[in-house]
Design a protein around this ligand. Structure first.
Ligand SMILES: *[C@@H]1O[C@H](CO)[C@@H](O)[C@H](O)[C@H]1NC(C)=O
Ligand SMILES: *[C@@H]1O[C@H](CO)[C@@H](O)[C@H](O)[C@H]1NC(C)=O
Ligand SMILES: *[C@@H]1O[C@H](CO)[C@@H](O)[C@H](O)[C@H]1NC(C)=O
Ligand SMILES: *[C@@H]1O[C@H](CO)[C@@H](O)[C@H](O)[C@H]1NC(C)=O
Ligand SMILES: *[C@@H]1O[C@H](CO)[C@@H](O)[C@H](O)[C@H]1NC(C)=O
Ligand SMILES: *[C@@H]1O[C@H](CO)[C@@H](O)[C@H](O)[C@H]1NC(C)=O
Length: 564
């Protein structure tokens, strides 16, 4: 085997460069330790075939980010001038030299790649563990998470040929680990069934007893009930991990809570990686997401993006590349899933985040929930330092935290904090610096003060009435807040499109500048939830804070903020 690959090295390298270049490996990424709760069980079987993905360095990522900011900043002359599919791909596409260099290395090893993304910056290979260990100086092993029995094959470090530095960004999955915890929102209570809407003076009068409803959200945020009119406008919700909605439950929800709407209103299905639409297997997350988009963004064409596969990180990537493959992707995409940032390899998180930048440059608003563990990650967990959540940690998306009570205060589970991977973006420099001055040395060492702060905004997130299995459940989490914001952005887009204007695209440069004054600043509450440091978390305060972001929406003010 070794002999054969040596011959190939000589052949391929002489073909590419005209001379023989020995491959010197260099460590590319390494993880200091096994993620919390995982155990190394032993080496992976040498014959196990791995599906590895390779990111080839994009032509001009810096240029892409510059364009993203330029077209997303209201004061810019290019505001709203989104890129076409081809224009965005020109930034993301790898340089032909990089493609040749990576493919030469692969063919030396007898491997052929398939192209996985429209821009060609992701390719895939199938490779047995023995060969992967060899060519990547890796040690692919079996890791288990005893609490749930989850097993996975990963390595704690890998190397690439040093001459491929600058051509090859990363190999995945290598040092990224799957999230062992469920990502669905906690159910606070079963409210009963079949559901009935109680009538009372104010739409929010019963919120503490009966839970949050579309009528109360419409009242609280001034969300219009009048039907949207633009048929090219679309609002998508993504679902992972076998979460499906049931049309009958959606119909019951609309009959109960939106009697003014056509109760047969439904979502179109967009399947990725063989994602299903199982009407007989309702999930609460999917029920929540569909009911609070269809039921709030009145008459905006809604899309149910169902993503198959077991690996959430891969599913996130495949979702982004499938959307990029569309000539007209949905203008708003709401995702109520995330995971602890440190489970992802830094290079993979960076690459995925750049892929989100590409969608932003195409005019897509990406909205993610900020997690339900306060300062301790996606779901509350033991932590010695605060645990940020991805994709909320990515500066090119909009992260949504949660509030409770009326008038609103921060709710303690609202995910928030600072990324350990991504630096603070320019658009939030002032807002975050002000907050850091306010907290002074409190909690120093527990968070990364130079990191991207999240969430960006927030919305009510407690006890949403959700119909599933013909029952009504009270569901809480930032999973409630993300579709609420997404629906509001979709309704703003409807009015913008009707007025012949571009949609809102990447929201943050607007939200942190002229948009901030169209929000209700949430100034009370805290998101304390970190293991041994219980009762330590960030306080909400005047201005931006890493609990409720800039605040909650006011539809009429947002409309005037976008010039309508
Ligand atoms: C190979 O990997 C080990 C860690 O497993 C590392 O210590 C060593 O430096 C690597 N060697 C090369 C040449 O990449
Ligand atoms: C990116 O590609 C375009 C055309 O495809 C080319 O003009 C440009 O020079 C490339 N930029 C870099 C940094 O390679
Ligand atoms: C209600 O929506 C369904 C599904 O889109 C459609 O077939 C039906 O015609 C609509 N009914 C009315 C009264 O608009
Ligand atoms: C959808 O849900 C309803 C009630 O919640 C149930 O009666 C129906 O059987 C479900 N649909 C399917 C296809 O299972
Ligand atoms: C739902 O339907 C699918 C396909 O028809 C079937 O494979 C699955 O077992 C069903 N699930 C339940 C819970 O009945
Ligand atoms: C700083 O910490 C002290 C002691 O825990 C606390 O009383 C105070 O409210 C904190 N201030 C801020 C701004 O977080």
């Amino acid at each position: 085997m070794l002999h054969v690959s040596c011959v190939l090295v000589a052949l391929c390298c002489s073909l590419v460069s005209g001379r023989i270049v020995p491959r010197t490996l260099q460590v590319h990424e390494a993880r200091e330790s096994v993620p919390n709760g995982y155990q190394l069980t032993g080496p992976a079987s040498p014959d196990t075939v791995l599906s590895l993905r390779i990111a080839i360095t994009s032509n001009d990522t810096d240029g892409l980010i510059d364009v993203l900011y330029d077209i997303s900043t209201p004061s810019s002359a290019n505001y709203g001038k989104y890129l076409t599919k081809a224009e965005a791909e020109a930034y993301a596409a790898p340089n032909p030299d990089s493609v040749a260099a990576v493919n030469a290395w692969l063919s030396e090893n007898g491997l052929e790649s398939t192209t996985l993304s429209p821009a060609g910056d992701w390719i895939g290979i199938q490779v047995p563990v023995s060969k992967a260990n060899d060519m990547l100086n890796a040690s692919f092993s079996v890791f288990t998470y005893p609490k749930t029995g989850l097993t996975t094959v990963r390595t704690l470090s890998y190397s690439i040929p040093s001459d491929l530095k600058g051509h090859l960004d990363l190999v995945h999955p290598t040092i990224s680990f799957p999230d062992p915890n469920a990502r669905t929102p906690p159910v606070t209570r079963v409210l009963g069934g079949p559901s009935t809407e109680t009538s009372s003076s104010s739409p929010c009068a019963d919120v503490n007893d009966n839970g949050m409803t579309p009528a109360c959200l419409q009242y609280l945020y001034g969300i219009p009930t009048t039907p949207a009119t633009v048929s090219t406008n679309r609002l998508a919700v993504t679902e992972y991990e076998d979460e499906y909605f049931n049309q009958t439950d959606l119909q019951t929800f609309l009959q109960t809570f939106r009697p003014d709407m056509n109760s047969s209103t439904t979502l179109s299905i967009f399947s990725i990686d063989g994602g299903l639409n199982l009407q007989n297997e309702t999930g609460l997350e999917a029920a929540l997401d569909t009911e609070y988009t269809v039921g709030l963004a009145t008459n905006v064409p809604a899309v149910f993006i169902t993503v198959g596969g077991e690996d959430f990180q891969q599913a996130l990537l495949d979702t982004a590349t499938a959307l990029l493959a569309e000539d007209s992707p949905p203008q708003v995409v709401s995702t109520s899933y995330g995971e602890d940032e440190d489970l992802l390899a830094p290079a993979f998180a960076q690459k995925l985040c750049n892929t989100y930048a590409q969608l932003g440059a195409r005019g897509v608003s990406l909205i993610f929930s900020s997690g339900d563990g306060g300062v301790s990650g996606n779901q509350e967990s033991q932590c010695r330092v605060f645990v940020p959540v991805f994709p909320s940690a990515c500066p090119y998306i909009t992260s949504v935290g949660a509030t409770t009570q009326i008038p609103e205060v921060a709710v303690d589970f609202s995910g928030g904090g600072f990324s350990n991977y991504f630096l603070r973006p320019v658009y939030q420099e002032t807002a975050v610096t002000d907050y850091l001055l306010y907290i002074g040395t409190n909690m120093s060492g527990l968070y990364n003060a130079v990191g991207r702060g999240y969430p960006d905004v927030s919305a009510y997130g407690v006890d949403f009435e959700v119909v599933a299995y013909d029952f009504t459940f009270g569901v809480s989490g930032t999973s409630c807040s993300a579709p609420t914001w997404a629906s509001i952005i979709a309704l703003l887009n409807d009015r913008l499109l009707a007025a012949g204007k571009p949609v809102l695209g990447f929201l943050n440069p607007w939200l942190y500048s002229t948009g901030a004054s169209a929000l209700t600043d949430i100034v009370y509450g805290n998101n304390d939830a970190c293991g041994p440091y219980y009762n330590i978390g960030f306080d909400a305060t005047t201005g931006w804070d890493p609990v409720t972001g800039l605040g909650t929406p006011k539809f009429a003010s947002l409309l005037s903020s976008v010039g309508l």
